[in-house]
Write a protein that binds this ligand. Structure first.
Ligand code: FAD
Length: 517
């Protein structure tokens, strides 16, 4: 751009004069020693000095005397080299109050003159400086709060790239075996919430306090309460000055709740253990009392038959016949004993039937039996199907079932001199069935006893009081109640393999519909 181009001929000197006079920017013109020759009204308005008071003074009268010396040195180095200088200085008004001046000084050489003049133009940038500082302070505050926060925080851009994280999140990255935990959280939330997740993401709705469990290779699982929210950044590009251009960021906050989850889990297991023990005790009592009633019923029936025979034989003299009376007394005593035993029978447990995932039931049972298996030195090979359809059933009864089977396996292997001690548990869907296979490396069940072991009161172990031999018949009863099949694998050698299969929840519902229930 040439000088001619910036001084159009139709723009008179007076127009330039008025332009300078009426400019909102403070303008001063100095000589080569920074002695003021001219100031415009905006200069007077900003500094508080009337023109008459500053003309003839040095520009330094505006200095607040706290601007570092090297700032002026750089300014003057630039000016004496003939280059303009722009920067911020701290100025003092006439009343002594400070303000931040955004100043540009330009050396002016008029044609045909040796002397240099300087054109100074400044505006009050105090407010802008305040806002910039405030922004910086906020940013620093947020960063320091986030960095000491006990929750993991991570900000992802539209492409899922991490743009900001905090030390707690970096600890999660180090602890979890996955490359980017934020991505693992997102896909776990998608799996858990299904359509609700897509809806929330599509409408930029927050997802709050979703509990997720992460299993780490070897270590204890970690639980996080995860919240997703959206942050909209307005574009700072000049292109978007009049447009609504913004970018979305995803803010993920992960709160480690493993400690309280572990506590809850311990309480749940304790309650479950108590419930199962009580249920098993009641069931054993019911089995024992039913057996006793069954055993008594035979002799009482015989006495009743003998009493009838004797009554008919005695005919009219039956009333006075002492044998008829003795037999009648014996029959009554027997019937009373049966009634007493029946009254002592604990009530059947209330069943609550619903969809049950056998992987969860077995995981609970393994946790309950951990101590006894550790004590017996038994290793467990637990191979759950990744996705196992639910079955329709009573979770408590099913826990009792598998607890009985696992306890039997532990007892079978935990004998003196038996060195092979392993238990494999595999779950798998088979068509419409859900199958569980328990294989122990114990002595196995001899072929001759494969059916007998399911009879009540039958036990291969010597009786030590309590309800010996009730376990497998109880297991069989629970399996039958769930329309399942429990069988001993006749072809398996080197231990005992039990196979339990149940109809999946869908197959069970179809069967009920067929029966019109
Ligand atoms: P000074 O004694 O002025 O000098 C500080 C440093 O600058 C020294 O290193 C000195 O060697 C060098 N220096 C000073 N004058 C010259 C010169 N003429 N040639 C070469 N080197 C020199 N300052 C403000 O604080 N606020 C303003 O708003 C402001 N506006 C200005 C507008 C114009 C047009 C000009 C030319 C200067 C302006 N100045 C302003 C700078 C001002 O002139 C002083 O340099 C500054 O205020 C420092 O003053 P001082 O008395 O502390 O130091």
């Amino acid at each position: 751009m040439t000088d001619q181009a910036t001084t159009p001929s139709d723009c008179s000197e007076s127009v330039f004069h008025y332009a300078v006079q009426q400019s909102a920017i403070a303008i001063s013109i100095t000589d080569a020693n920074a002695r003021i020759l001219y100031v415009n009204p905006a200069f007077c308005a900003i500094t508080g000095y009337p023109a008459a008071e500053v003309v003839g003074q040095r520009q330094s009268l505006l200095s607040y005397k706290s601007t570092p010396r090297d700032v002026y040195q750089r300014m003057w180095a630039s000016l004496t080299a003939g280059r303009a200088w722009t920067g911020r200085l701290l100025n003092r008004r006439r009343d002594g109050s400070p303000y931040v001046a955004e100043l540009t000084v330009t050396p002016i050489r008029s044609p045909g003159e040796d002397a240099v003049h300087y054109l100074g133009m400044h505006w009050d940038a105090t407010e802008e400086h305040r806002l910039a500082q405030q922004l910086g302070n906020h940013r620093q505050l947020i960063e320091s709060v986030i960095s000491v926060a006990p929750v993991a925080v991570v900000l992802l851009d539209g492409e899922g790239r991490v743009v900001l994280d905090n030390p707690a999140y970096r600890r999660v990255v180090a602890e979890m075996a996955v490359a980017e935990p934020a991505h693992a959280v997102m896909s776990a939330l998608r799996d858990n919430l299904g359509e609700a997740f897509d809806h929330a993401v599509g409408h930029r709705r927050a997802i709050l306090n979703q509990e997720l469990r992460f299993d780490r290779g070897g270590g204890e699982p970690r639980w996080y309460s995860c919240s997703l929210s959206w942050f909209e950044e307005q574009s700072t590009s000049p292109d978007a000055f009049y447009e609504d251009a913004s970018r979305d960021y995803l803010l993920l906050v992960m709160h480690d709740i493993s400690a309280s989850k572990r506590q809850q889990e311990a309480l749940r297991l304790a309650a479950m253990r108590a419930m199962l023990s009580e249920g098993e005790l009641n069931q054993s009592l019911r089995e024992a009392l039913s057996g006793a009633v069954f055993q008594l019923q035979g002799p009482v029936n015989l006495i009743a038959a003998a009493a009838g025979l004797q009554r008919r034989r005695a005919g009219a003299a039956a009333v006075a016949d002492p044998l008829v009376k003795a037999l009648a007394d014996a029959q009554r005593a027997g019937e009373e004993a049966i009634a007493t035993l029946q009254a002592a029978m604990p009530p059947e447990p209330v069943q609550s039937v619903g969809p049950v995932n056998l992987n969860e039931v077995l995981r609970d049972v393994l946790m309950l039996e951990t101590d006894s298996m550790l004590a017996a030195g038994i290793t467990v090979d637990w191979r759950p199907a990744h996705v196992l359809p639910s079955i329709q059933g009573d979770a408590t009864a099913l826990r009792t079932l598998f607890r009985v089977l696992v306890t039997n396996a532990v007892e079978a292997m935990n004998v003196r001199g038996w060195t092979e001690r392993s238990l494999a548990i595999v779950t798998a869907p088979h068509g419409s069935q859900v199958e569980v296979e328990l294989t122990d490396s114990g002595p196995g069940i001899p072929e001759a006893l494969r059916l007998k072991v399911f009879e009540p009161f039958f036990s291969t172990k010597p009786g030590k009081g309590g309800a010996r031999g009730v376990g497998l018949s109880l297991a069989q009863e629970i399996v039958s109640r769930h329309r399942g099949v429990l069988e001993v694998d006749a072809h398996h050698a080197g231990g005992c393999r039990l196979r339990v299969s149940f109809p999946g929840a869908r197959a069970a519902a179809a069967a009920l519909a067929r029966e019109g229930r």
